[in-house]
Design a protein around this ligand. Structure first.
Ligand code: NI
Length: 176
């Protein structure tokens, strides 16, 4: 398995719109495994393929404390949404930035699992937020898009300055 490089906002590649997966083949399974490894190492609770510069509709999520409950969503689609909630969100592609975002309280999502089997899941609370946040990534959206333009500008400047200061680029895909 490999740890992949995570793109950092405002990298324009975060705006790519991911294409549906046609066959859940070995390449997709490898992508899922590498994404899980990358998410665990970061560490984060969710990661979308867009964030590792792969324009395919694949998401991994694990909300457990001990990395024991990996959830895989391939071609996820929200088929029902209800209510609203506001949560302080962060993102592996927007380091050290947290801001409140309003989203549906509960959703029903339909997707394929790592074996290519279709399932439906009812999610609420933080899991619901996480799924909505990751599907946004597949559509080229980042959570800071929901903030005021002034805040977006501040975040962009801060992260661009940070990128310029870094002498070494982010670690390239390290094979483990
Ligand atoms: Ni994110």
């Amino acid at each position: 398995m490999a740890v992949l490089e995570i793109l950092v906002y405002p990298d324009p590649r975060l705006r790519n719109i991911a294409a549906p997966v046609v066959h859940v083949d070995d390449d997709i399974k490898t992508l899922v495994d590498d994404m899980a490894q990358t998410m665990y190492q970061a560490p984060g609770i969710g990661l979308a393929a867009t964030q590792v510069n792969v324009a395919k509709r694949v998401i991994v999520i694990d909300m457990s404390k001990d990395q024991s409950e990996l959830q895989v969503f391939i071609n996820p689609r929200i088929i029902e949404r209800d209510g609203s909630q506001e949560t302080e969100e962060g993102c592996l592609s927007v380091p050290d930035v947290f801001a409140p975002v309003q989203r549906a309280e509960s959703i029903v999502v339909r997707a394929l699992n790592r074996d290519g089997e279709q399932f439906e899941l009812h999610a609420d609370g933080l899991l619901s937020v996480c799924i909505q946040h990751e599907i946004d990534h597949l559509d080229g959206k980042v959570f800071v898009d929901y903030l005021s333009r002034l805040k977006q500008e501040r975040i962009r400047k801060r992260l661009q300055k940070h990128a310029k200061r870094a002498v070494h680029p982010a670690p390239e895909a390290v094979t483990l």
